[in-house]
Ligand binder design. Structure first.
Ligand SMILES: Cc1cc2nc3c(=O)[nH]c(=O)nc-3n(C[C@H](O)[C@H](O)[C@H](O)COP(=O)(O)OP(=O)(O)OC[C@H]3O[C@@H](n4cnc5c(N)ncnc54)[C@H](O)[C@@H]3O)c2cc1C
Length: 647
């Protein structure tokens, strides 16, 4: 057998748990799994859309055209308005997916903020792609601070319509995905001016391009903002309006209305959170799976890559080195935790939507807090993981042919978009402090995934070094500490906003991240208790390694509070090494449970048959279009005289 293929095969033979049982858990349901497998197959076998080794040599325009072609073919095979079809496909595009904003942000906003009539008017046209609509909220001057957006929609009582206007350069809509050239509509967030009064920022469904020519309509200035860090296939755009008239029905009118010349509000405005939930939930669901792709490549490659000879004269696979295991295995464990968290969150969000539709807002805030915490934590972690995987593949990790650099830069924007991470964490911290206040007067209001606040005394008294207990203790100590600091600071002449912004900001971010980690632990435990007995043990090992790594990454709270001494700390490190040793032989099975095809991984160093070197050479010599045949003219121009002079 080929020597590196043999290394991979021997590693496969060492796996002791039933891989397919984990596959079932990872995908959550059969429909999602089947869609994913079918989409992988179609993409790999259809020459016009298969992920291409030479992709990163192409220009941006070529890349965009290919991704539209891929989407068109996906449309023929799947119902892309069905989340079970749409979601699994998102991780399979080279570059990010076109129309994810239209489906993942605009459609949900329309559903939740529009009336039924409005949804019925526009909704079905998304399915046929008669309408592609950007979600145009951010402006050059403001992103996170939505209330200070400057675009105006002024109600004209004479003509009973709105005048949409961009009053300054800072008010130009900037960044919306699919706005550059794909969208013919945009959901535009603008300040509603009624009878000279600002009624707040509201969404308006606005046609921006002509139905037959696709050219911008008169009064609309629109285009692509230019190249970015990755995301090359996304036409993030700019959009300005010059006193552009839009009909009254453009205002999404489930919660605000203008009728008979009167402005009125209805229901709970917090509903606006609900539409953002779909896209944040997608970020949590999909992108840890792209981290799983980078881990699959890195772990396969680390088994086939040999460096330095051992005392038996045999070269070591680099995964044999403890330091290499330390780079990859805790991340693999965390990846499983995040995937389970993503699945549980999908259920929570779904449940919340059903309630909201019945005007029950009781789970809205907790869902928002959990989503925000996990969006912030997982999105940064996915990018960091791609970087560690890249490093773990040495020089070959640096090349696009590894597949890893593209994962890094196509997931990097998630840290900023859909709510900048730190801004998200601050909202989580606000909710945690609110829940803490429930404890004395309304303990029944404390939601299930926050009920650690109901057990503060027991948690503080508990001396156990059980990992779950240590995670809960860290979270509890940090929450109490920041609440106390805010209280103590109130007497120092600063108001609450100043204390929040200037005194406790760093602590607030920390406690919010601790919550994300603890939530993931809780969900991991739920999955273990419901799992088939044959995979319980491996899942428990993964959960232990995950929890332990989280504790070791942030031990300060436990050390400062005296809850963990030097000896215990040393012991935790020893336990981690034991877990690395246990999980090393299972690592290949753990990544192969994701069932990524070689083409989906877009790699030549992490393929299933374990022949990195042959493919590296093949891709460089046969697939790399930079190797122009003959001597390029520019080389002749530059070197020609020198070459001749040497003759
Ligand atoms: C690839 C990409 C795609 C995008 N797609 C869309 C889209 O489809 N539609 C759309 O409308 N927008 C889109 N955006 C814009 C995106 O939503 C915003 O960039 C994002 O919300 C962050 O806002 P900002 O750029 O104003 O950052 P800022 O808020 O200006 O952040 C700058 C810094 O200030 C800090 N900061 C801000 N406020 C606070 C605070 N209160 N307390 C502490 N620190 C604070 C942040 O942490 C950050 O470090 C996209 C952006 C990117 C990068």
């Amino acid at each position: 057998m080929h020597p590196t293929t043999q290394l991979l095969q021997e590693a496969r033979d060492r796996v002791t748990f039933p891989i397919q049982d984990l596959t079932k858990l990872i995908y959550g349901n059969q429909e999602i799994y089947e869609t994913f497998m079918k989409a992988q197959k179609i993409i790999a076998s259809e020459p016009s859309i298969r992920n291409h080794p030479d992709y990163h040599n192409w220009g941006r325009k070529e890349q965009i055209i290919k991704s539209y072609e891929k989407l068109r073919i996906m449309h023929q095979h799947f119902n892309l308005t069905n989340a079970a079809h749409w979601t699994p496909i998102l991780s399979l595009f080279q570059g990010t997916t076109p129309s994810a904003v239209s489906f993942g942000m605009t459609v949900p906003a329309l559903r939740f903020l529009g009336t039924d009539e409005q949804f019925n008017l526009w909704g079905p046209k998304f399915l046929t792609m008669e309408i592609v609509a950007a979600y145009a909220q951010t402006e050059i001057g403001h992103g996170s601070d939505v209330q200070n957006l400057e675009t105006t929609a002024t109600y004209d009582s004479q003509s009973n319509d709105f005048i949409l206007h961009t009053p300054s350069v800072s008010a130009v809509k900037f960044w919306p995905g699919e706005l550059g050239f794909l969208s013919n509509y945009a959901l535009v967030y603008a300040k509603l001016i009624f009878n000279g009064k600002n009624k707040g920022v509201h969404p308006f469904m606005v046609q921006i391009r002509d139905n037959s020519t696709h050219k911008p309509l008169k009064g609309v200035v629109v285009g692509d903002i230019g190249p970015k860090l990755g995301y090359s296939t996304k036409d993030n755009g700019f959009l300005a309006f010059e006193n552009y008239r839009i009909p009254l029905n453009s205002l999404l009118a489930r919660y605000v209305r203008i009728e008979n010349g009167q402005f009125s509000r209805h229901g709970n405005e917090k509903i606006s959170y609900a539409s953002m939930m779909v896209s944040r939930q997608l970020i949590i669901f999909i992108y840890p799976r792209m981290a799983a792709q980078s881990l699959t490549v890195a772990i396969r490659y680390s088994i086939t890559r040999q460096q330095f000879t051992n005392d038996k004269g045999v070269e070591n696979s680099v995964l044999e080195y403890q330091t290499q295991q330390d780079k990859l295995l805790p991340r693999l464990a965390t990846c499983y935790g995040m995937i389970f968290a993503g699945l549980r969150i999908a259920e929570l969000v779904d449940d919340n939507f059903h309630r909201v539709q019945k005007k029950d807002f009781s789970t809205l805030q907790q869902s928002h807090a959990i989503l925000s915490a996990l969006k912030a934590w997982s999105s940064q972690w996915v990018v960091d993981t791609a970087e560690w995987c890249r490093l773990s593949c040495g020089g070959h990790g640096f090349a696009h042919y590894s597949g890893i650099p593209a994962i890094y830069f196509d997931t990097a924007p998630n840290v900023t978009l859909e709510g900048e991470n730190q801004v998200m964490y601050l909202q989580v911290a606000r909710y945690l402090l609110k829940v803490l206040q429930y404890v004395e007067k309304n303990p029944e209001k404390v939601p299930f995934y926050f009920n650690f606040v109901l057990h503060i005394k027991e948690t503080l008294a508990n001396q156990s070094t059980d990992f779950g207990q240590l995670l809960k203790l860290t979270l509890t100590l940090q929450l109490i500490s920041v609440a106390k600091k805010i209280k103590d600071s109130m007497g120092t002449g600063k108001n609450f906003q100043q204390i929040w912004n200037e005194v406790v900001g760093v602590q607030l971010l920390s406690v919010a991240q601790r919550y994300a980690e603890y939530f993931t632990y809780l969900v991991f435990q739920e999955y273990i208790s419901n799992a088939n007995p044959q995979v319980k043990e491996i899942l428990q090992q993964l959960c232990d390694l995950y929890s332990l790594q989280v504790i070791l990454d942030n031990p300060n709270t436990l050390i400062e509070s005296g809850r963990i001494n030097v000896e215990q700390f040393k012991q935790l490190n020893e336990t981690k090494i034991e877990l690395l040793n246990k999980l090393k032989p299972q690592a290949l099975g753990l990544v192969e449970a994701f069932n990524f095809s070689d083409n989906a991984l877009r790699t030549c160093i992490g393929c299933h048959d374990g022949k990195p070197y042959e493919y590296i050479y093949e891709w460089a010599t046969k697939e790399n279009s930079v190797n122009i045949k003959g001597v390029p003219q520019a080389v002749n121009d530059l070197m020609g005289t020198k070459i001749k002079a040497r003759l």
